[in-house]
Write a protein that binds this ligand. Structure first.
Ligand code: 3PG
Ligand code: MG
Length: 349
């Protein structure tokens, strides 16, 4: 995989640097609920400050604002406050939500010019947004000398390892919903894996369609079935195919958990995206937690990507035992599908 040139190669002394970070973090009212992505952006900001940059202008989108009323809801202010707390250097400023400008998502050059105005260099560190060709991720990279930030590079190196020669067995664990979003990655990366374990809603969707050509898929044999989509619903363990009419499979069952955990324990390379059930509800979290624990315990190179699986790993306190936790959901999947990411393609080698 081609790597874009590193910010380490840039002379930033006394320069005004525009940084595109992915500070699209979850909010609770007007505070940042999870600052993982902000923390992950700090090494590049510190590198620029240590290198003597005169000003570091950070920009990011936040959410998907559509209407005028969304402006209050998606103001970057809480993010700006958190960045200031963590960096504590007045040379760092955070620009308002790039998506407040309608040009941003159209990759409009006019908006890119506004962003580039007064800046000497551009650093893209927004891995989580690198699959978007937007003004702040793509167009602007053609207007200033462009470099890749440390997080962007680390993500490309870690995820790229899965696309190269891997230690085997290589096991992929996939779950969650939206099978149509993941079918391409399951086919591309899945054909290189020794086993693809599929749980959650995706297993049901896949079971209903023709098998994935050339992919060694393992589907659940049993599920935790619930009488309704409710955290307190009546439950029973059922064989797949024997779920009572009108009941819903909300987690993988105990036998499937054992099968998945033992395949994971034997693996030397693991990629996980997507929960095994409705893990936000404790009674349906055993499958996802078993997978998280098995991955953490495995003597393997392990990569976890996607909001829900990352959350499950963090909530179980297992993050330290995972080799790489990606800050990108859609971006990591597109990369692993074998696509070139526009935000990366725009930066020279
Ligand atoms: C994400 O959280 O997936 C990225 O920040 C990209 O956001 P988007 O899906 O709204 O473009
Ligand atoms: Mg997304």
């Amino acid at each position: 995989m081609r790597l874009p040139r590193s910010v380490r190669a840039a002379d930033v002394e006394d320069k005004v640097v525009l940084v595109r970070a992915d500070l699209n973090v979850p909010l609770e009212g007007s505070r940042v609920a999870d600052d993982t992505r902000i923390q992950a952006s700090l090494p590049t900001l510190r590198l620029l400050l240590d290198g003597g940059a005169r000003e570091v202008r950070v920009c990011s989108h936040l959410g998907r604002p559509k209407t005028e009323e969304d402006r209050a809801k998606y103001s970057i202010a809480p993010v700006r406050e958190r960045v200031a707390e963590l960096v504590g250097d007045p040379r760092v400023t955070v620009l308002e939500n790039t998506r407040f400008n309608p040009g941003e998502t159209k990759n409009d050059e006019g908006f890119a010019r506004e962003l580039a105005e007064g800046c000497d260099l551009y650093v893209n560190d927004a891995f989580g947004s690198a699959h978007r060709a937007h003004s702040s991720t793509e167009a602007v990279a053609h207007l200033l000398p462009a470099y890749a930030g440390l997080l962007l590079l680390a993500e490309l190196e870690h995820l790229g390892r899965l696309l190269g020669k891997v230690e085997r067995p290589f096991v992929i664990v996939a779950g969650g919903a939206k099978v149509e979003d993941k079918i391409a990655v399951l086919t591309h990366l899945g054909s290189r894996a020794d086993r693809v374990l599929i749980g959650g809603k995706m297993a049901e969707e896949l079971a209903a369609q023709s098998p994935l050509e050339g992919v060694a898929v393992t589907l659940p044999v049993d599920v935790v079935a619930a009488s309704a989509f409710d955290p307190d619903a009546e439950t029973t363990v059922a064989r797949v195919g024997d779920v009572p009419a009108g009941w819903l499979g909300l987690d993988i069952g105990p036998e499937t958990q054992l099968v998945f955990a033992s395949a994971i324990a034997d693996a030397k390379t693991i990629f996980w995206n997507g929960p095994m059930g409705v893990f936000e509800w404790p009674r349906f979290s055993a499958g996802t937690n078993t997978v998280a624990k098995a991955i953490a315990d495995a003597d393997a190179y392990s990569v976890v990507g996607g909001g829900d699986s990352v959350r499950a790993v963090n909530e179980a306190g297992l993050a330290k035992s995972i080799s790489w936790i990606s800050t990108g959901g859609g971006a990591s999947l597109e990369l692993l599908e074998g696509k070139e990411l526009p935000g990366v393609a725009a930066i020279p080698s």
